[in-house]
Write a protein that binds this ligand. Structure first.
Ligand code: C2E
Ligand code: MG
Ligand code: MG
Ligand code: MG
Length: 282
């Protein structure tokens, strides 16, 4: 009896799994030619300096508009791209496109060049080709190295600290800046920042979201800012949805800010208009 139930159970899960696997395989096939078909585009989310709320840069965020499946969020397709290895094909295209587009951006109203921040998947760090790819993209696009930031996740740089430190060293030699994305959600913690020399940390939006309710999150955010500054590291807060959050982060000395309250991700055309206008947020 139990065996029968087990068997049915197995069959049930197996079918459900088949379905999920099928969907993933289908998505993977569609994703394979998506760039060439022009279905993948970069959106840019403005990043502001807290001090004067000046637009200082933008994060490139990949968007997939599929003719039949509709808009597929990165939380779904980036995962598929990572699991399948496709990210090793798409990642370099994203980097190249972001450099090309940012190289065409006008200067800000106060004459500064804005940075573009590009997400790099852990898988793109394998094989050690990233530093030469970065150098090549900078050369091709003419984008000054100081205007390119790479966002790596914490998980990508934990484990083999020595390897991570070597990689960061090579990246730094190209002149780009490296930020740790979703900071605080991994297991590396603050002590890790000593071993892995990054230029900035992006406080994860879950901290920002809970900061006002949860004293622990506020304490952690405050500690991250203080510690990062003690180490000479820039602090960016992401996921700011309310003025109260922005104000709190300003008080705590957070350097840069990003979130729906300041601006949603916008098109490549709109970011240029925002730069030209010297958009101060809102
Ligand atoms: P992320 O790098 O942490 O990017 C920030 C995400 O937070 C973006 O989601 C952005 O739209 C969203 N966001 C910004 N402000 C707010 C806010 O105020 N509230 C809330 N709730 N969300 C906000 P998105 O564009 O859906 O991207 C999700 C993730 O997908 C990114 O997280 C990143 O890990 C990944 N991703 C996106 N584009 C790329 C890419 O080109 N390459 C790689 N490897 N990953 C990418
Ligand atoms: Mg990011
Ligand atoms: Mg993040
Ligand atoms: Mg992320």
């Amino acid at each position: 009896q139990a065996k029968m139930a087990g068997k049915n159970c197995y069959r049930y899960y197996s079918r459900a799994m088949d379905h999920a696997v099928e969907r993933r395989v289908h998505m993977e096939q569609e994703l394979r030619g998506a760039w060439e078909r022009g279905e993948l585009r970069l959106a840019y989310q403005p990043i502001f300096r807290t001090r004067d709320r000046r637009l200082v840069g933008a994060e490139a965020l990949l968007r997939w508009q599929h003719p039949a499946l509709g808009t597929i969020p990165p939380s779904v397709f980036i995962d598929v791209a990572e699991q399948s290895g496709l990210i090793e094909v798409i990642g370099p295209k994203v980097l190249r496109a972001a450099c090309m587009e940012a190289a065409q951006w006008p200067r800000s109203v106060d004459g500064e060049g804005l940075f573009v921040s590009v997400n790099v998947s852990p898988r793109q760090l394998r094989g050690g080709e990233l530093p030469s790819l970065v150098a090549q993209c900078l050369l091709e696009s003419g984008l000054p190295a100081a205007r390119l930031h790479l966002e790596l996740t914490e998980t990508a740089v934990i484990g083999d600290e020595l390897l991570a430190a070597q990689l960061l060293d090579k990246l730094h030699r190209t002149g780009v800046k490296v930020w740790l994305d979703d900071f605080g959600t991994g297991f590396s913690g603050l002590s890790h920042l000593r071993q892995v020399p990054v230029d900035g940390v992006k406080i994860d939006k879950s901290f920002v979201a809970d900061m006002q309710r949860d004293p622990d999150d506020l304490a952690l955010t405050t500690a991250i800012i203080a510690m990062a500054h003690a180490l000479g590291i820039t602090v960016v807060a992401e996921g700011i949805e309310q003025q109260a959050q922005f104000d709190l982060l300003c008080q705590r000395g957070c350097d840069l800010a990003q979130g729906y309250w300041l601006s949603r991700p916008v098109t490549a055309t709109t970011i240029v208009q925002m730069i030209e206008k010297g958009d101060g947020g809102d």
